[in-house]
Design a protein around this ligand. Sequence first.
Ligand code: C5P
Length: 236
Amino acid sequence: MSARDRPPAPIVALDYPDADRALALVEELGPRCRFYKVGSELFTAAGPAVVTRLRSAGCEVMLDLKFHDIPNTVAGAVASASALGARILTVHATGGEEMLRAAAGAAGDCEVFAVTILTSMDAPAISAAWGREPVEATREVVRLATVARAAGVPGVVASGSDVAAIKGALGADFKVLVPGVRPAGSSAGDQRRVVTPGEAARLGADYVVIGRAVTAATDHRRAMEQIIEELGTPAN
Ligand code: C5P
């Protein structure tokens, strides 16, 4: 049985070096996906215009620039992202409570999600980066999510394997967006803490970010259809 009454909403990551390739995928997927993520690669190459083009095409946009700076600067960046029409934007939870509060306060209609720990990092990598050990990833993720919620941020980005602990600690209404999603048997690539679409649904994710599982597939439409089907029929 699903932890939620509806499946997680899929967001496809447009990790492309130019707008034309990104918009070609949007056209190819058509009604199969209407929510796209613009991250550092595409935004740095194509600028805010790509967000405007996606909005004009009727798509929702997650602007995944993972802001991490002093509160005043982050508030300005968040206000700019919100004015562009982004529905979701990201900041790093490790920026601290004051920065998170500034982000939440400047977001307007856009929802701020705080990145807890990158899904590409496992416990040894976290220990090495933060200079302390041993680090238990889930405990750190819940700690950062607690800071984010206290600052008025409505949700976090976290691994699927951390969803139950976050919702258990902070309540079902606190949102979790899950990247690092891989259909069973596919390559994890640089990701470390991955789940399948069915697991993400069963664990109660609100959104899933789908990148290479669609963009690197030979048949993009078929890959998207299979993921949508799996999100609607959670794995046991
Ligand atoms: O190709 P893949 O599905 O691994 O892509 C995951 C996407 O989600 C990338 O665009 C990456 O930047 C993003 N992301 C992530 N981990 C986070 C936050 C965002 O992988 N914690």
